[in-house]
Design a protein around this ligand. Structure first.
Ligand SMILES: Cc1cc2nc3c(=O)[nH]c(=O)nc-3n(C[C@H](O)[C@H](O)[C@H](O)COP(=O)(O)OP(=O)(O)OC[C@H]3O[C@@H](n4cnc5c(N)ncnc54)[C@H](O)[C@@H]3O)c2cc1C
Length: 412
């Protein structure tokens, strides 16, 4: 049964008929798609979506772009194909907030809101490790993924031109910092692709290598031991060298210098070791918690700012069952987006707000181009089935965003 409480914020605060959603990622786009359906009979409400890009990025597919098996454009879904006519889309950089004046400050001018939804995602967290931001690539946008593949390809060309095999090996090695799902997926993808790609660059296929450096005792921290073991086995099978309990002290010109003094050398360095909220949010004056994520109440309204909702990676949403803040995941962002849409609709119709509850659907991680691991309903699988499952989830997601406009199976 849903947890309901009577709304105590006046619907008329500000111009409540103006709803502005900042960010067209997993959370923001879903707020807009779900709300469009619910507002079908309410033409007075103005719904505005703001993003720096005119496309939605399918971030879960970035490791494939970074591994050269998927084109960059294939993970950029044009917003105009997804938004109903009544949604005003503003393509602009958001530069700040005028909280007192209830205005979003953007490159296209200020945009007033009655209700604001903050869904600006996250950015890499380098934990102030010296040299990391300057010497590593990240993997948090389709352009990032394109850069990773370009750097890996260039490294193969440079390695092919080197004389001795040792130097070739070093130049053609990709080192990935962070053994979470992003690091594991990228490592698997590259380990499978690089030997093939090497041949096209006139380099022996046994020269490229992939190293995965993780500060904690295990990759895929927080997953079941069975899933971790299966993933580690596939990575090992693909030739990925995994370093655990390997904390990076600095990124130098030679490579990652670990706290025990060891140097992990390579030709390309990617950082996938952590996330934090966008600087814009951290500097906004809104209440923030760990990694700058915005603190919200159980209805996903920002603490002390009931006219602002936050969803997705930038929201700090504790799971009442565990007490831990929910991880930055697409499935969390989607569920939060749906709750925010329902609560905005409830506000407009004078209904009680609904508390957010996360329904974990399990986890699926691809490891290489054909295999993967999955933990669903307490059952762990590894191999081709898990990879097919990942493909199916991504296919289903693409279908849903394309066809959702104006449709909501649970609209009341
Ligand atoms: C490589 C990779 C693989 C992943 N794989 C999985 C997976 O398999 N399963 C899973 O559940 N999760 C996965 N995730 C995590 C998932 O992608 C995120 O949790 C999810 O994208 C968060 O959604 P969001 O709406 O908060 O932010 P995002 O989807 O990042 O959207 C934020 C939006 O805000 C816009 N924006 C940001 N700042 C500004 C600004 N200043 N001005 C204008 N616009 C701005 C951006 O352009 C973007 O459209 C993966 C992430 C990465 C990077």
């Amino acid at each position: 049964m849903k947890d309901l409480e009577v709304l105590n914020v006046p619907v008329t605060a500000g111009r409540s008929s103006q709803i502005v959603v900042a960010g067209a990622g997993y959370a923001g786009l879903h707020v807009v798609l779900r709300l469009t359906a619910r507002l079908r009979n309410n033409p007075v409400v103005e719904l505005t979506l703001v993003d720096r890009h005119d496309y939605h990025q399918v971030l879960t597919e970035l490791p494939r772009v970074a591994g050269g098996t998927r084109a960059t454009d294939a993970v950029r879904l044009p917003l105009q194909d997804m938004l109903a006519k009544r949604v005003r889309f503003v393509q602009a950089e958001i530069n700040g907030f005028d909280l007192a004046g209830r205005r979003l400050l953007t490159g296209a001018g200020p945009i007033g809101w009655g209700r604001l939804v903050l869904a600006l995602g996250s950015r890499p967290n380098d934990f102030a490790i010296p040299g990391l931001a300057q010497r590593t690539l990240s993997l948090y946008s389709s352009s990032d993924a394109e850069r990773v593949w370009a750097a890996a390809s260039k490294a193969l060309t440079v390695a092919a031109a080197a004389a001795d095999p040792e130097r070739q090996r070093r130049l053609a090695t990709v080192v990935i910092g962070g053994g979470g799902a992003t690091g594991v997926e990228l490592a698997g993808e590259l380990a499978e692709i690089l030997p093939e790609a090497a041949k096209c660059h006139g380099l022996a296929p046994d020269r490229p290598a992939v190293q995965l450096v993780e500060a904690g005792p295990t990759i895929l921290a927080g997953s079941s031991p069975q899933l971790i073991e299966k993933a580690a086995r596939i990575l090992s099978d693909l030739g990925v060298q995994v370093h655990t309990n390997a904390r990076i002290a600095a990124a130098t010109e030679q490579g990652f210098r670990l706290t025990d003094g060891q140097l992990v050398e390579g030709g390309v360095f990617v950082w996938a070791g952590g996330l934090k909220a966008p600087e814009l949010v951290a500097d906004s004056g809104l209440p923030t918690g760990r990694n700058g994520r915005v603190k919200v109440d159980r209805y996903l309204r920002v603490l002390d700012h009931p006219e602002i909702y936050a969803a997705g990676d930038l929201a700090s949403v504790p799971d009442p069952r565990t007490g831990h803040v929910l991880p930055p995941l697409a499935q969390v962002a989607l569920e939060e987006g749906e709750t925010v849409a329902r609560n905005l609709d409830a506000e407009l119709n004078g209904r009680p707000l609904e508390a957010f509850t996360f329904h974990d659907k399990g986890s699926v991680v691809s490891v290489g181009t054909r295999r993967g691991v999955a933990d669903i309903a307490g059952i762990t699988t590894g191999g081709q089935l898990a990879h097919l499952l990942k493909d199916a989830i991504e296919w289903e997601y693409r279908q849903s965003v394309r066809h959702l406009r104006g449709w909501d199976p649970v609209a009341r």
